[in-house]
Design a protein around this ligand. Structure first.
Ligand SMILES: [Zn+2]
Ligand SMILES: [Zn+2]
Length: 440
């Protein structure tokens, strides 16, 4: 045998080994453990090659290749880089599972051997460091891991499986873009939808699932406060937008402390305040950028309405003429609350508990007002019943020592093996339950 042939055969064997799906005859937990070397390589690849929101081109290529090689029919380019991979396996319900694909403009400082050194020019033309600082690399790896188990166990389920790779979760626009671009015209309306997020503040591999609220709503409000420009030494000849904007920042806070019930979570954070050019110039405008969070749609609507009322009337009190009152703009890409369907959540919990035991879970507790754009994928008419669960990402001893970094930090890192193995197992158990064949 010539060397070239030998090399070709070796390469073919290697490729076959890489694409071999896990054996179906084994118990799920064992099959996932044996498949982990494959998933670990994939996770490291995704981690080392992050891409910014709406620019997940190579990520989407790799995810499409992984799912295509398992026999899924892959449709690309839905809502930008979005994709859906479909496997039809007899009559039965249609289940959608979503993984988000984007990284963040964060410089990685973990020192991991597979740390990202990637930079990318963002959509505004600015060169940025990029990092999977939220764990979306784990979500894609888990999606592929569950796909590999489900593809190997087609005798154990019946129905249609749609796996979605979604762009731009961090920018809160990707789910909406996929729906607007005809995702459901393409695949029809699924009966159920599932998603997961790895979460650093919980022990690696533990499952966190609530039968109702998982995440708050999130909206961005931009306010342009307009004034009348003048010399800094003659303030009486103009109207100072910096002072008025500062008063608005303070006047927004009593909405939370005096207007909303003290028992109802609500949040208004003015994260950016830009104004002025020089100490002796009174500017003609000041810009505020605000994030607004709530746990119910009624509180969300109340906050958005009240912010406008406070902004306009604070400006009026400052003597700003009516035609120069602040422009209050609610950005169109806000996300509603992520709320699990209670009945479906109970069913998913039971399925996971039956396979992984009750000690697989850690109780859910809201500790901040984080948000997700997954609801934009399922809040169509009629709403798709959905469940979103979390998988812990940090070794317990590091949690106990306080030696861990939160999401969106350059130091963010998860313990991939327990998180991915649990994520794959929980997602596969949930899918097998929801796609259980009808009794004969
Ligand atoms: Zn994030
Ligand atoms: Zn995230």
């Amino acid at each position: 045998m010539c060397k070239k042939m030998l090399l070709e055969i070796t390469l073919l064997t290697l490729t076959a080994a890489l694409h071999a799906t896990p054996a179906a005859a084994q118990p799920l937990e064992t099959a996932i453990a044996e498949d982990y070397a494959y998933l670990d390589e994939l996770f490291r690849h995704f981690h080392a090659h992050p891409e910014l929101s709406m620019q997940e081109h190579e990520t989407s290529d790799r995810l499409a290749a992984e799912l295509g090689s398992l026999g899924f029919e892959v449709t690309r380019g839905i809502g930008g880089t979005g994709l859906v991979a479909t496997m039809r396996n007899g009559p039965g319900p249609r289940l959608l599972i979503r993984a988000d694909m984007d990284g963040l403009p964060v410089e990685e400082k973990t020192g991991l051997s597979y740390a990202s050194e990637k930079r990318q020019v963002n959509l505004q033309g600015v060169d940025m460091p990029v990092m999977h600082a939220c764990g979306h690399d784990m979500h894609m790896t888990t999606l592929v891991g569950a796909a590999r188990q489900l593809a190997a166990r087609q005798d154990d389920w019946s129905g249609t499986l749609h796996l979605v790779g979604q762009p731009a979760e961090e920018a809160l626009g990707g789910a909406r873009a996929m729906v607007a671009d005809g995702l459901y015209d393409q695949i029809g309306r699924p009966d159920f939808a599932l998603a997961l997020h790895v979460i650093a503040k919980y022990p690696a591999g533990k499952i966190i699932l609530n039968d109702g609220l998982m995440y708050s709503s999130a909206d961005t409000v931009n306010i342009r406060v307009r004034g009348v420009a003048t010399h800094g030494a003659s303030p009486h000849l103009g109207r100072d937008p910096v002072l008025t904007a500062a008063q608005i920042v303070v006047a927004l806070q009593p909405i939370i402390t005096r207007e909303i019930s003290p028992l109802e979570p609500a949040l208004v954070t003015v994260g950016a305040f830009h104004a002025g050019t020089a100490p002796n110039v009174i500017a003609d405008h000041a810009d505020l950028a605000i994030t607004v969070r709530a746990n119910t749609e009624s509180t969300r609507a109340y906050l958005l309405k009240s912010i406008e009322r406070v902004a306009l009337n604070t400006a009026r009190a400052a003597g700003i003429p009516e035609h120069l009152l602040p422009e209050v703009m609610v950005a169109p890409f806000g996300a509603p609350t992520t709320t699990n369907d209670a009945a479906l959540s109970a069913r998913v919990r039971q399925a996971i508990e039956a396979g992984m035991g009750s000690d697989a879970f850690v109780a859910w507790k809201q500790t901040d007002m984080g948000a997700e754009d997954f609801p934009d994928l399922v809040n169509i008419d009629p709403v798709i019943p959905s469940v979103y669960f979390e998988v812990g990402g940090t070794p317990p001893e590091r949690l106990a020592a306080g030696d861990w970094a939160d999401h969106h930090s350059g130091l963010f890192q998860i313990d991939p093996e327990p998180a991915i193995r649990s994520g794959v197992e929980a997602m596969t158990l949930a899918a097998l339950n929801l796609l259980s064949p009808a009794p004969d």
